[in-house]
Structures are given as C-alpha cells and as structure tokens.
Design a protein around this ligand. Structure first.
Ligand code: SF4
Length: 260
C-alpha cells in the first residue's frame, strides 16, 4: 500500500510540475496500475516473437507433424468445418511457394519446395488488419500481440482483406457444432459472422504458460520469446541462424521467423 501511495504521489508530482503532457489517468495507468494488476505468474514481454525451425519440424516426417496444429486447435475450440472454403485455422501448413512467394526460384528451393511450412498470424509490427478494422475489434497490445475482441467484430472482413498472409478465418456458420474435440471451457467459442486467428496464446501467457503449439512440439521446432530480451531463446536463435520472414517487402514487420 505504501509503495502504491508513493507511485501515486510521484505521478501527481510530475503532473503538478507540468513536466508531462499525459493526463493524470494515463500517467496513473502507466506508473501505478501495473503494481495492482500484475499476475506474478504472467510471462511478460515487450515484443513477443516466434522462431520456426523447419528442419526440426521435418525431422519426424517429410510431411511435417501436426502436433502443434492439433494442440492449438483443441485448446482454442477451433471448429473442423470440413470444407476448404469455410475452413477455420489458427496454425496450418502451406507449401513453400505459398508461404514465401517472391523468395522462390527454380534452383535454390529444390529440396524444400514440396515440403510443408507452418503458417500462423505474424503478429506484425505494422499490422494492416488493425488499421482497417472499423470497430477496433482487432488491436495491437503493448507487447506486440495482435488480438481479436470477438464481441466487437461485426464480420465486415476488412481485416481478412487487409491481411496479406491469409492468417484470418471467418465463421460462415455457427462453429460450435463443428468442434470435434472435447470443449475447452477455459477458452470462448465463437459465433457465426465472427473472424478469428492465432493470438499467440495470450490467455496462456497470462497464466505463465508457453503457447500451446510451442509446448506440444516434441522436436523443439517452435521457440517463443521476447525480442527485446537479448538473453531470450528467440534472440539467440536469430543471432545464430539465417532466418527469413513472410513477404518482408510489404513492410508489415512479421514477428514469426523461419529457419529453413
Ligand atoms: Fe494482422 Fe495478418 Fe499480420 Fe496477423 S499476419 S497481424 S492477421 S496482418
């Protein structure tokens, strides 16, 4: 309580001196509220990112394994609609030429062009999906995670048109009857007319857990961590491996990196 009082007095002092243009409420939110709200178990990061080591992904099978897809889709109650047109997906496989168009040529991808690559939302640094959403149903958190508020989504699908990675799915029908696995009561199901996508397991990070895809991968092909932390696994992987991202020429700043 004493430290909270001190934080409040500090912020009040700054405002009184006129040193900051921030409104009091904003300053309080930045300076004092974390002391009240922080979950001691929560995994905190300044810029979350993922590194996908495709060589490890293919170790188990040339066709890639589905452990991460299954874990993610079960955890998030992702429906299995059964048609490509209405497919709902958070993490999925694509061929090289669809994952990295523009980075293909007929010579240097000979050994990888037919192999599957894991695709998911890139939690872009400059996400076009956020810019085009008219209701702010999709928004970017301070730690870089691009989130969806399903209750605000009006199903206009501007975000789907804005995303150059096909990372978003639309529920053309009520998805609930198509959830083929046991319902996870800790994660909300969605409704007809709502867009959804990967959320970097924000709800698990809040509980101190790694994303379900990362946790489920037995080959260590998926690494998740804070790009702003030089000691994080992702930073170490990026420092020691050549990596590529999807469609870098678009300037979206993808935060999912691939070791190929
Ligand atoms: Fe948005 Fe698509 Fe980037 Fe994800 S990959 S943040 S959905 S633009």
């Amino acid at each position: 309580m004493e430290s909270n009082r001190r934080s409040f007095l500090k912020v009040s002092g700054i405002c009184a001196l006129g040193l900051g243009a921030l409104p009091v409420a904003d300053a309080l939110a930045k300076a004092a509220l974390p002391n009240f709200l922080a979950n001691p178990k929560e995994l905190a990061g300044k810029k979350w990112a993922m590194v996908v080591d495709m060589k490890k992904c293919w170790e188990k099978s040339e066709k890639g394994c589905h452990d991460c897809i299954n874990a993610c889709h079960v955890f998030h109650n992702v429906p299995d609609i059964g048609t490509v047109k209405e497919e709902v997906k958070w993490i999925w496989q694509e061929h090289y030429e669809n994952t990295f168009p523009g980075q293909t040529n007929e010579f240097n991808v000979e050994n990888i062009k037919d192999k599957p690559f894991m695709n998911l939302c890139n939690h872009c640094t400059n996400p076009p999906c956020v810019r085009v959403c008219p209701t702010k149903a999709t928004f970017k958190r301070a730690d870089g995670i691009v989130m969806m508020d399903y209750h605000r989504c009006i199903g206009c699908r501007f975000c789907m048109a804005g995303c150059p990675y096909g990372s978003r799915s639309f529920n053309f029908r009520d998805p609930r009857p198509y959830i083929k696995t046991e319902l996870n009561p800790t994660f909300p199901t969605r409704e007809r007319g709502v867009v959804e996508k990967c959320n970097f397991c924000a709800e698990r990070l809040a509980e101190g857990l790694m994303p379900s895809c990362v946790e489920s991968c037995k080959n260590g092909a998926l690494a998740f961590g804070d790009l702003e932390d030089p000691k994080s696994t992702v930073r170490k992987l990026l420092a020691s491996h050549y990596t590529i991202v999807r469609k870098p020429e678009l300037g979206t700043g993808p935060n999912v990196y691939y070791i190929i």
